[in-house]
Design a protein around this ligand. Structure first.
Ligand code: ATP
Length: 228
């Protein structure tokens, strides 16, 4: 451990550890902190440790492939550790192995390709994300179906989607629209302004600007969203 840097709120015990303060790791740590969580940010580069010390609860410089250094920060006392190292795959791999062999419960990793993901899962990573692939998929959805605001995949081609009600449904009731029969989609909620209705009553009529939360095939959501 070469150095330590902590901001004023560092007396509060961090809940999560983010190893690797590149663009991805920093964005993750910042978002967790902005949502009221405490994060220990780790990087081998002292400049990055210092640069981000004002926005991350605690930052520390160490080489995460060094098991002894991880023990010194009592890494096993954290339930969730994110390995946000991508390009330096060897470092990501050695860090993941070290974390799992020390007994960290949840190790989440970032990978830059599917082969890296498979290797990280084989050595014990609990979850691996491919941010560039996932961003590409989201951008494709934005192009194919601009009215789909968010999507959560449950299994291939089935998910929960949030979309702006298509013009063709405005003024029609839930029963008239019959999205289950026409698209295989179940409407689970309607957001109207700040009000979210989940217990959908018979006869509810879609209004301009409603946001629908539907569950079902993703390709059907795309067809529905283009049905203006
Ligand atoms: P970005 O998130 O910016 O796209 P990246 O995917 O290119 O980053 P890397 O540059 O490989 O990922 O690593 C991200 C960060 O992890 C860097 O700031 C780097 O200094 C740090 N890092 C790399 N190896 C180690 C290590 N052994 N211990 C601690 N930090 C490390």
């Amino acid at each position: 451990m070469i150095g330590q840097n902590a901001n004023k709120s560092s007396r509060k015990r961090a809940e999560f550890v983010v190893i690797g303060l590149g663009r991805f790791g920093t964005s993750l740590a910042r978002t967790l902190v902005q949502n009221g969580h405490t994060v220990l940010g780790v990087d081998s580069d002292m400049n990055l440790v210092q640069r981000h010390s004002h926005e991350i609860t605690q930052t520390i410089q160490l080489d995460s492939t060094d098991e002894q250094a991880l023990k010194e920060i009592d890494i096993t006392s954290f339930d969730t550790v994110v390995v946000a190292i991508g390009t330096h795959f060897e470092a990501s791999l050695l860090t993941t192995v070290a974390l799992k062999s020390l007994g960290v419960k949840h190790v989440l990793c970032k990978a830059t390709n599917e082969r890296q993901r498979d290797i990280l899962l084989k050595v014990g990573a609990d979850k691996v994300v491919l941010p560039e692939f996932e961003a590409g998929e989201r951008l494709a959805t934005m192009i194919i179906a601009p009215s789909v605001v968010s999507q959560m995949t449950l299994c291939p081609n089935v998910g929960i989607s949030e979309l702006v009600v298509p013009d063709s449904l405005v003024g029609r009731s839930l029963e008239e629209a019959d999205l289950q029969a026409r698209y295989g989609l179940s409407v689970v909620a309607i957001q109207r302004g700040t009000n979210v209705q989940t217990n959908l009553k018979r006869g509810i009529v879609f209004r301009q600007g409603d946001m629908l939360v539907v569950i079902g095939p993703t390709d059907a959501v795309h067809r529905l969203s283009s049905h203006v």
